[in-house]
Design a protein. Structure first.
Length: 543
């Protein structure tokens, strides 16, 4: 699909920032459409985005120390005020790297595990009768009572949990947290016995989901998200972890490679090229682009890159955006390519039109690789920065806009649906990692802890502006783009051919469909690329 776009930005309570776009767009993604009122009336409750509440409940032994990771660092304490030091892989740190979709926007529903969950209302009544008698008046305070007095086999049978079935326990834990069930403590204790960071994919994922549950119940989700670590990694260590994840998770590489192929085709033959990257991170994505432009027959173009990024990537880089600019300048110089770098140290939601320094006669390409889901929308605050950024990018009349996103529905979905989406999406990711590296590989364990666990904890433990992982399914993104003035146009045969060439090694995993390129793992769409050509291209996505 091709179309056109616009620009701007937003700030979180912790002063972190995110950016915005306008032009031709390329898609890799997800959608959601639950818009519910938040409730902050009672400080004894934890409010979810959908308005549901969870009582202030702390499981025994979780109040001071908690670390579910089955590793040598399992006794660590997470300080509430530690500064952020690690960058999530979905935030494109390398710059290369389902439960219910919104059917109204055309997304296909994913296979859901919700239907596997028994009738918890009836089950809860049975459990309460067994524990307190049929005439007991159970108040929310009874959640503080330990469910361990109940015979283990009885409550498992009532909940429909087979002994040792980890996935069923994970699902039951999420439901119990959502409903503040009195047997929650027993379920968490059971889950602790089944998870391990060096185990099978579901065991590893379960360990990090348990971390998120504990953080949610103890109201430390945001602090844990920002400081999740049992050992502070150095910049070089964090870079090595992110690079490892980029190499062993094929759909990250898929997104960056596909975006580059589309951009290269869109600016073919242009003498002045301006690439605007809304989360440039290390800048690695553009090294191959520089080399390709330098090798172009005939006159070499002048390339200008505007790199936007907030401070979250600085630790992994070992400094500010000047490091990225110097790195790319050295590559361009070695290739004999004329090059400029425009650094914009801001979050995407803070970016204004003036930051982009657009010049007449430039062929503009805008890149949103695994970034736009971090930009808040109307469900977070009074300003809808997500749509504003798209309108700003549209006003730039870019030749192409590339949007690469994970296919998940976690933005405005109620807690339990979001919990199930997290389980579904990361199951496929952990299974793909499992094929590439041994389960006891220390590098893999560190990469998952420092680059993936933070995202999982944020999705489960945080609400409101503190929850920055807000993916949407493809259908919702398509609706947003249409409202911003983008008009779809199928991928050209040349772009299709370019992407196919780039992705030959993933022939069993990707699918080209009209305006989108989707990356498939275990029968599920993990990520997608969406292409939108600019208004100045004849008959391509004119508004």
């Amino acid at each position: 699909m091709t179309t056109q776009a616009s620009n701007r930005s937003y700030r979180y309570p912790d002063n972190s920032q995110v950016p915005y776009y306008n032009g031709n767009l390329m898609h890799v993604g997800g959608n959601a459409n639950y818009y519910m009122q938040q409730n902050h009336d009672d400080i004894h409750y934890l409010s979810s985005d959908d308005g549901s509440q969870t009582s202030n409940f702390r499981t025994q032994g979780f109040q001071e120390q908690y670390c579910t990771l089955d590793s040598s660092s399992a006794d660590c304490v997470y300080p509430a005020n530690s500064s952020a030091s690690s960058q999530s892989i979905s935030g494109s740190p390398l710059s290369q790297q389902e439960i219910h979709s919104d059917h109204g926007y055309g997304s296909s529903p994913s296979t859901s595990c919700v239907t596997q969950v028994p009738d918890f209302d009836a089950t809860l009544r049975d459990l309460e009768n067994m524990m307190f008698g049929p005439d007991s008046d159970i108040s929310s305070d009874n959640s503080l009572l330990s469910a361990t007095t109940l015979d283990q086999n009885n409550w498992k049978e009532l909940l429909g949990i087979n002994t040792g079935d980890l996935k069923q326990v994970i699902i039951a834990c999420g439901r119990a947290v959502d409903e503040n069930a009195c047997y929650m403590d027993a379920l968490i204790s059971e889950l602790r016995q089944l998870v391990s960071v060096s185990g099978e994919p579901m065991q590893r994922l379960g360990a990090y989901m348990l971390e998120g549950i504990v953080a949610r119940l103890s109201f430390t989700g945001h602090a844990l998200y920002k400081s999740l670590k049992c050992k502070e990694p150095t910049s070089s260590e964090l870079m090595s972890y992110m690079h490892l994840l980029y190499e062993i998770c094929p759909f990250f590489k898929f997104g960056y490679m596909s975006a580059n192929g589309a951009i290269a085709e869109a600016v073919k033959g242009e003498n002045f090229i301006h690439i605007i990257d809304f989360q440039i991170a290390q800048g690695s994505q553009w090294i191959t682009m520089i080399q390709a432009l330098a090798a172009r027959p005939g006159r070499r173009p002048h390339l200008r890159i505007t790199g936007i990024d907030d401070s979250n990537s600085a630790h992994a880089r070992g400094g500010g955006l000047n490091i990225v600019g110097q790195r790319l300048h050295n590559v361009a110089q070695s290739c004999g390519l004329s090059f400029e770098f425009n650094a914009v140290p801001a979050a995407s939601h803070e970016v204004m039109f003036g930051h982009l320094a657009v010049r007449p006669g430039e062929a503009i390409a805008v890149n949103f690789a695994y970034q736009l889901h971090h930009t808040p929308d109307e469900s977070v605050g009074i300003e809808n920065h997500r749509d504003r950024i798209l309108r700003m990018v549209k006003s730039l009349s870019p030749r192409v806009v590339t949007l690469v996103e994970q296919e998940a529905n976690t933005n405005t979905a109620p807690f339990f649906l979001r919990y199930m989406e997290t389980l579904d999406y990361y199951t496929a990711m952990f299974e793909s990692i499992d094929v590439a590296r041994p389960r006891d590989d220390k590098q893999r364990i560190s990469a998952e802890q420092h680059c993936v666990a933070r995202d999982i904890v944020n999705l489960i433990a945080c609400e409101g502006a503190e929850r920055v992982e807000r993916h949407e399914p493809f259908g919702k993104w398509r609706a947003r783009l249409a409202m911003a003035g983008f008009r779809p146009y199928p991928l050209s045969p040349v772009v299709n051919s370019t992407i196919k060439t780039l992705l030959d090694s993933y022939h069993t995993y990707y699918r080209l469909e009209g305006e989108t390129v989707s990356f498939i793992l275990a029968g599920k769409t993990e990520s997608w690329l969406y292409l939108l050509p600019g208004a100045d291209i004849s008959n391509f996505g004119r508004s």
